[in-house]
Structures are given as structure tokens and as C-alpha cells.
Design a protein around this ligand. Sequence first.
Ligand code: UDX
Length: 464
Amino acid sequence: MERERKGLSLVLIPSPLQGHIAPLLELANILYCSGFSIIISHTLFNSPNPSAYPHFTFVPFSDELSQSEASTSDPLHLTNLINLRCAHPLSRCLSHLLSDPSLDPIACLISDAALHFTRSVCDSLHLPRLVLRTGGASSFLVFSLFPLLRSRGYLPIEESRGEEAVAELPPLKVKDLPKIETKDPEAFYEFVCRMVDELKLSSGVIWNTFEELESYALEKLTLEFSIPIYPIGPFHKHLTSGSLASTALMTPDESCIPWLDTQEPNSVVYVSFGSIAAITQTQLVEMAWGLANSKQAFLWVLRPGLVPGSQWLEPLPDGFIESLGGRGHVVKWAPQGQVLSHPAVGAFWTHNGWNSTLESVCEGVPMICMPCFADQKVNAKYVSDVWKVGIQLPNELQRGEVEQAIQRIMVEDEGKAIRERALQLKEKADLCLQQGGSSRRSLDRLITHIFSSRRQTHPSEKRE
Ligand code: UDX
């Protein structure tokens, strides 16, 4: 179907991490299909592959990162460097774009919330700025309350108080509050507060979630922030697979699909910890023994570097792969969308990055949660205690715990009830995208917002 062109361009700026680039490009596709021209302005580090999106214009700006800075395994440090150094390069890049007559006039910029430096750049160019928050609304509500949580003594987190309830944020306990492994914990607190403050100064926030999933947090945030909020997710379900290009920075190993085809329905545990989480050698060995002893079939994404410094399979116990007799399949990176929608997959053992959590919800796949850092702990708590579509494993795994969890979710009555709830939630995810559904209505509101608040060309500017 021919799309109706709106005669306006949108500039979108991704944070250069897999879990952030993918939803931003999906959003770009949704807005392209709604008639806007799309410009992706991006860092040189982890730049997206333009050939997968011939219908977008890609414009890099210098990120001023040295090779050693770009190779850091600390995503917070990397994001802070970009926020510190990119204002001038982006400003130059946008000035060129704003005066380029070959482009449809630019209505606004849509920035990943983590790139808070874009606020001052947009202000100086009189460019309206919308923010995309790629994580969930419930975790963002927690972020927005960081100063309160600190004043009440919950932050910084004391391990010994982990089981204490956070009265202001039921059902969270202190151990569920976002935390990040970094040399400078104060830097995380400061980053979160800055991200929230700069987000409040935007003209609106787009969320990759849907009202029926996170109504409580969305209502609270609407009350607290005096800007409009647009929950239009799940992004990846808006478009038919034919109109979706791959958003992956890594090449998926397709061999797992024919392998899944040989497995019984709901019989396989899919295990993946996303693109940046790291685990210790001890955790990996316990995971391996647990999977082996569960006697359940499994597909395991063992990303190189999942155990820091590892090339691939070397942290596994000797003889592990050979001992499986075909019951397990290990890959470096999987086509996760296809895997989760495969009838053979019965559970997802996940670190609860927001994308993985939402993708699992959308396919009705029960989760075994093992969150590692930041928003993942909040997401996991919602999965297990609010939506009740999964169970949690502790991070310090003891021998026997993994088999038990797999048994609970794959075999026992508890697992059957969880699966039923997961399928009900999937239905809600399907409905919100249908004509008249909550996310469709939010998208219509967003398009109206973009039109009504679009940038007006300043009298002193010439589009040459
Ligand atoms: C990061 C943060 O860790 C997370 O907390 C935050 O919510 C988003 O940014 P990441 O750790 O990569 O993301 O996890 P997640 O949000 O789950 O995103 C991973 C993405 O990679 C998913 O879209 C998933 O489908 C994809 N993926 C993962 C694959 O396509 N193949 C794989 O093998 C593994």
C-alpha cells in the first residue's frame, strides 16, 4: 500500500547500544509508515547498517571517542562520554540538515532518553525534542523517584537490607532497586537524575510499552510529568515482518530454527542474557550444570564475552557439549524474535532487559528471571509478582536451583497457570495494536502532536 507522505522529516538519535538501537529503528519504521521522512543521526561508534534501511537518510556525527574509550565494557561510562562530548558535533550536523533544501522540513528531533545532551542542542536550534524511552515505564517510575529513595535511606543500596519492602513502590524490595556495577556508583545516581530532569524538559515521551501492561506507572508518570506521554508499543509488533529490516548489530545464527523444528511443542528452554550483561565463570558453570541436569531441551545464546574476556565456549565445564547428546543447542547470537514465536519454546530464561521482557510477553512465553543490573531488576519483579508470568532465580545460583526452576515452569501445575496468564497477556498485547486499541490511539495522538508542535523556520534562516 502506498503511504501518504506528510511532507515533514523527523531526526532520530539512537544511543549506540543494541538494546537501544533496535527499538529506535523500529520506531523510525513506524513513523516512516505513518508518512514521515526519516533521518537517523548517529555516532560513528556502533553505527547502524544503512543498507538495511534504504528508505532512511543516515547522517553520522563525530562522537569524539578514542578506540580504547569506545571498547569499554561499561555502558554508563560510554554514555556519559557521549553526553559530555557530542553537543558541538551534533549541533553542526543538525544545522546542516536544517538548511538542506533537498530534505522535507524537519518537524522535531526524537532522542533516546539516555542522550540527555540533546536537550540543550535542540533548545539552541529551536527544534522541538521528543524523547524515546526504550525501557519500561515501571522502571522509569523508580528512576524518577531516585532523589526521594535516597532521602528515605533506600539508596545507596545496602545488601543487608535487600529483603526490606520499599513502601513507596510496592511490590518492590530494596534488592529490586536499579543498581549498576561501575567504578563510580555516584555516577549512576547522577546520570539517572539528569536523564529524568532533561526528559521532563522535552515536549513529550514515547514509550515502547502499552497501557494495559503498565497502567499504574504510566498514570503516575503522567501525573508527575507535565508533558504528554505516548505508550505506543510493542514497537516490533506494529509492522508485518515483510516491512521490518533486521535491527541486530550481530549476525544471528539461523541454525537454531531447523533445530527447534525437530523439538516437541513447549519443550525447549530458551536462554539468553541480551547484548551487554556479563556473568561470572561460577554463574556460567552453575547454569550449564542446571541445564544439563534438568533433562529439558534448551537453546542457549552464549555470547562471546558473556563471561568477560571469554572468546566463546571455553568457560564451559569440560565435556559439557558432548554430554548433551543433541538435547542442547548453543549459538553466539540467535534470531530472538523467531525463537520466541517458535511453538517449541516453552520458557525463556532471561536477564529481563526490557526488549527481551516485552518480546516474551508478546509471544506468551513464561519467563525464568535472572536480572543482572539497572532496570532489569524492576522488570523481573513485575514479571514474577505483578503480571505473574514468570519466576525468579537468585543471582548466586546454588546447585539444584536451576533444575528446580525449570521443573516448576515446564512441568508443574504452577507452570501451567503461569503459561495461561502469559497467553492472556499476549492477547492484550495483540489487542492494543488493533484498530481502536490503546497503542494505535496513542500513535494517532503522537502524530497530531508532531504536526501541531513542529518547528517553524526562523525568519533569519535560509534553506539553501
Ligand atoms: C540493554 C539493557 O541491558 C536493558 O536493561 C535495557 O532495558 C535495554 O538496554 P540488553 O541487555 O541488550 O539491553 O537487553 P534487551 O533489552 O533484552 O535487548 C536485547 C535485544 O537483543 C532484544 O531485542 C533481543 O531480541 C535481541 N537479541 C538478544 C537477539 O536478537 N538475539 C540474541 O541472541 C539475544
